[in-house]
Design a protein around this ligand. Structure first.
Ligand SMILES: NC(=O)c1ccc[n+]([C@@H]2O[C@H](COP(=O)([O-])OP(=O)(O)OC[C@H]3O[C@@H](n4cnc5c(N)ncnc54)[C@H](O)[C@@H]3O)[C@@H](O)[C@H]2O)c1
Length: 347
């Protein structure tokens, strides 16, 4: 990452616009970008090195750190309530601020808490995993799970600012680091052949700054055109239809604490949606190079059943995103049963 300087992007959403600062060391300079002279709830989880939340709290006039247990199980009503209760006990009012310091779990949970506390207060996202830096920290989707059903209760709540400090990745376990890159490969396949070529030819650790920026630029352009997923934003679901089905059956989710990570499931889910066999082969090569799974054994009937219950499936129909060749995509609405051949099942 030696030659990476940093950049500022702006998510242009009218009055909900915000800056995305991608810069090494930016977490300890949050005060330069945000008003911290108010009550600030810094939400983090037990797996995120505590120094990051402390670094943010130290810059605030009056902060409390709320630490939830690490893992997907924290995206629950129970934990949401404990976060809201601690915000209330801290005396937070309408003008106060929630700052998330952590991965997608913390971002989704803290963002949702901010969206409903007093009908919505300011929220800043400081992602500390590749997945959250590349994808989940921007776009305003916040949610908790309901039992085993992921992200079923939530809100669109855009942050006021996103601070991406790639230096925080130095402590991230390798499997999580690679897991998040699946979302960047997705961006490359959909729209950015140069980004894809980084994964084929270059050292991802060296190029992580550019990988993050290019991925964010892509997601930003989609969200700006379709903030609440009426059309275009569906492109971001590339790999997620089958990916979510696999995640439901084999992923870390609800009470299940071992299995495949979200990005790993998305990586597997993208493969059947790539129409060119030659490109599929290149993508498998990238997965092998990075250490992402290229195949997994799973009960296909169960995965299909999960997809039937996918919240995006309506009246048995589902919109899937296909990639005919590198850098292009198209949406197709098909009966869920039409996914059978894509899963390698009988027609
Ligand atoms: N809102 C969105 O648009 C969106 C998009 C994609 C995914 N998601 C959600 O994101 C979640 C997954 O996010 P994730 O992959 O970041 O997982 P995560 O938040 O669970 O983080 C992974 C692990 O890394 C630890 N960690 C985080 N930062 C660290 C650091 N810098 N150093 C050491 N350890 C660190 C965490 O404690 C956790 O144990 C899922 O719940 C998924 O539904 C949301």
């Amino acid at each position: 990452m030696s030659d990476f300087i940093g950049t500022k992007l702006t998510m242009n959403l009218g009055e909900r616009s915000y800056d995305i600062i991608v810069k090494r060391g930016s977490l300890e300079n949050l005060y330069q970008f945000a008003r911290l002279d108010r009550r600030v709830a810094v939400v983090t989880d037990s797996g995120v090195p505590a120094q990051y939340a402390q670094m943010v709290a130290d810059q605030c006039k009056d902060a409390t750190i709320i630490t939830v247990p690490q893992g997907e199980a924290s995206k629950s009503f129970k934990i949401l309530e404990t976060v809201l209760r601690q915000m209330l006990d801290f005396g937070m009012g309408r003008g106060d601020l929630v700052v998330a310091v952590g991965g997608g779990v913390v971002g989704d949970l803290a963002g949702f808490a901010a969206s409903i506390y007093m009908r919505g207060i300011d929220f800043i996202n400081c992602p500390t995993t590749t997945l959250s830096m590349i994808d989940s920290s921007i776009g305003g989707k916040t949610a908790v799970d309901l039992g085993d059903t992921k992200n079923i209760v939530g809100a669109f709540w855009q942050p006021k600012l996103v601070i991406v400090d790639p230096d925080t990745l130095s402590t991230l376990p390798r499997r999580h680091f690679i897991n998040g890159l699946a979302e960047a490969i997705k961006a490359g396949l959909l729209a950015d052949p140069e980004l894809f070529s980084i994964f084929e030819k270059e050292d991802v650790d060296d190029r992580i700054g550019d990988i993050i920026c290019r991925s964010l630029r892509f997601k930003k352009s989609i969200v700006e055109q379709d903030e609440t997923e009426q059309g275009m934003r569906k492109a971001l679901n590339f790999g997620h239809t089958i990916g979510h089905g696999i995640e439901a059956v084999k992923g870390i989710k609800g009470r299940r604490t071992t299995g495949l990570f979200h990005g790993e499931c998305v990586a597997l889910g993208m493969l059947p949606m790539i129409e060119s066999k030659a490109l599929q082969k290149r993508v498998r090569g990238v997965y092998r190079r990075l250490g992402l799974p290229t195949r997994t054994a799973y009960d296909k009937e169960k995965v299909l059943a999960e997809m039937l219950h996918d919240k995006k499936a309506q009246d048995g129909q589902i919109t899937i995103i296909k990639v005919p060749g590198l850098g292009c995509w198209r949406a197709e609405t098909i009966p869920v049963e039409g996914l059978r051949p894509l899963l390698g099942m009988e027609d």
